[in-house]
Design a protein around this ligand. Sequence first.
Ligand code: KG4
Ligand code: ZN
Length: 339
Amino acid sequence: MIILGIETSCDETSIAIVSDGRIRANVVSSQVQIHSEYGGVVPELATREHLRNFLPLARSLLEKAGLITSEVDAVAATQGPGLPNALLAGFKAAQSLAFALGKPFLGINHHEAHLYSPWIKGEIADFSAFQPNVSLIVSGGHTLLVHVRGLLDHVVLGSTIDDAAGECFDKVAKLIGLPYPGGPEIDRLAAEGNPRAFDFPRPMLRDANDDFSFAGLKTSVRYFVEKNPEVIQDSRKIRDLCASVQAAIVEVLVQKTVRAAKRAKVRHITASGGVTCNRALRQELQLACQREGFTLLLAEPKYCTDNAAMIAVLAEQKMRHHSPATSLDAEVAPGLALV
Ligand code: KG4
Ligand code: ZN
């Protein structure tokens, strides 16, 4: 089975071909450069770039995969959540292609696709391994803990009640004068800083539920910088500040994930989403899993951030398990939740 997947929910235009659990090609055009000038994603620009990038990207994808479109068995695209017009660009292109080819179309939940991205490793993915698991999805827009009871069977345990972890990284970075996106910048500076230099709150760490909250942490960094403006002028202290904020975010994410996994009585933990690129998060998850006896499956950095490979991978599993196709008249669902 050959599946063509499309992802345009935010600021990456991505198209992929997956066949029999293996990625044949995955092309991504990132718009980070364009949006960094504005300090965040500008929805109108994102849509324009998706439309501009789509055909050249599709040509290079087919060339890389050595395919012609008539060999495709099904077309899938992100239906939501995401920016409405950005989603429309990829979703309508996918529906048009499915219609022209006379092949089934699948609308995919972006977060459900993230759940399966840790299995994408360059070989044929074995989705029966690492099940059941507790999965942490951490991106710029969302922070979710999910109990995956088996393939295509999950229940959301908790999510952020305000800012997502990536949003916290990005807003703190902006506050201290670092460029957008701030997460990778904080990661880079934190590597040379002392994570115990400054004490920041660990929001909701002690709460018994699986929800998160990062808005208060961002506010406490703002107060700290207002009181201690010299910190962000000093190249050593700014590294300590980055390391201390990062340590607070990472500790909450790791401890709450491990606790949820214990409560769900699973042996495996998985993690995906842009923030999973963070080196301290990867390392601390690894250490906590070793200490507590869990096996850990992390998405590879290039599949942590938004990509169409995960859309096509999930669509293929849905096809194999006889999930119904999505109507060619279906609309995008910008507020689509994972339940
Ligand atoms: O999953 P993603 O590519 O897009 C969304 O769906 O949001 O995640 C983007 C987020 C941004 O907030 C970015 O700052 C964060 O992931 N991020 C990182 C790192 N790399 C990307 N955060 C911390 N450390 C990183 N190395
Ligand atoms: Zn995402």
